[in-house]
Design a protein. Structure first.
Lengths: 116, 113
């Protein structure tokens, strides 16, 4: 079974530059999540999609972060412009379940972003 | 290909029992092993382990890493119904200029009164 695919795996950019991450969830999974994980902390939910609609983006810094899931499958997360504090691992996850996280979610391998 | 295997996949215990969850891994360029508790929209970080043989404790939870045998265990003593969740193990790996975070499938723990 193919898992959640993310790219790139690793990115180094200078502050004020832009960066984009891509995620391809498991086929048939309606719900897609983007997380930001800072070293030593748990993942923070940035945005949750259900198909191509946004369910929860309350913790997304909308002045610089944006995400889309146009056809209800792949998703991209963009940061523009990046700040030093954006250095983190960005995780994508998908699940079959709708709404409340009561079903198993599958994580991608993450993208480690370093902003210098 | 990096691999993280958790066992058991599911477990049902009674309140007050002690449980041990297992996580074994095969990765290239190990960096750290992380344990999470997954019950709501975002997993809760429990422990990060980088060194062998040093137990980390937080209340009734403890964890230890064995880098020689490539596994970690998560212990929960005096379990409570609030411990019911999926426990995820993940391993960070990768050399300079590369990175990967590989998750296990999780252990679903159900604690019944």
């Amino acid at each position: 079974e193919a898992g959640v695919a993310q790219s790139p795996r690793y990115k180094i950019i200078e502050k004020r530059q832009s960066v984009a991450f891509w995620c391809n969830p498991i086929s048939g999974h309606a719900t897609l999540y983007w997380y930001q994980q800072i070293l030593g902390q748990g993942p923070k939910l940035l945005i949750q999609f259900q198909n191509n609609g946004v369910v929860d983006d309350s913790q997304l810094p909308k002045d610089r972060f944006s995400a889309e899931r146009l056809k209800g499958v792949d998703s991209t997360l963009k940061i523009q412009p990046a700040k030093l504090e954006d250095s983190a691992v960005y995780l994508c996850a998908s699940s079959i379940g709708y709404g409340v996280w009561d079903t198993e979610a599958f994580f991608g391998q993450g993208t480690r972003l370093t902003v210098v | 290909e990096d691999k993280v295997v958790q066992s058991p996949l599911s477990l049902v215990v009674h309140e007050g029992d002690t449980v041990t969850l297992n996580c074994s891994y095969e990765v290239t360029n190990f960096r750290s092993l992380l344990w999470y508790k997954q019950e709501k929209k975002a997993p809760t970080f429990l422990f990060m382990l980088t060194s062998s043989g040093i137990e980390k404790k937080s209340g009734r939870l403890s964890s230890i890493l064995d880098k020689k045998e490539l596994f970690s265990i998560l212990n929960i003593t005096a379990t409570q119904t609030g411990d019911s969740a999926i426990y995820l193990c993940a391993v960070e790996s990768g050399g300079a200029g590369s990175y990967q975070l590989t998750f296990g499938k999780g252990t679903k723990l159900s604690v019944i009164p």
